[in-house]
Design a protein around this ligand. Sequence first.
Ligand SMILES: [Fe+2]
Ligand SMILES: [Fe+2]
Length: 142
Amino acid sequence: MAGPALKQLHSHRAIHEGGLSGAIGKTEMLIDFLQQGDEKNAGRAADDLIDYWKTRVISHADAEEEGFYLEIAAENPSLEKAVIQLTRDHDLMRFIVADIEELKEKEGISPAVLQKFYSLITVNELHSREEERLLFEQPAED
Ligand SMILES: [Fe+2]
Ligand SMILES: [Fe+2]
């Protein structure tokens, strides 16, 4: 069973908004350290940001796929396609996080790594918007 927070638009949206604003704040902190030339703290901030994406955002996606999405698709088969599309969005975020970890290992906090951190914010924002629209705001069809 999905937690009740995921099934209510209001509380689900609050999870999305909290996740996104935390990621934006941590990305800005990373940029500040880079601009100050503080490599040591920039490295810590980048690791913290990767961890944040995994524990706050990817773990939310995992929880949705393990319960909420299955229940929605079972209750309303017309939403099966939406669930597949939204799961692909989750996969894109997982791929980007994995790429960031691999690139950071090889190149440090390179421009490509920063570009991917920004792309995560964009994909996450669009995904949350679409999830709220497709799963909560569409009229149910029979
Ligand atoms: Fe999601
Ligand atoms: Fe969600």
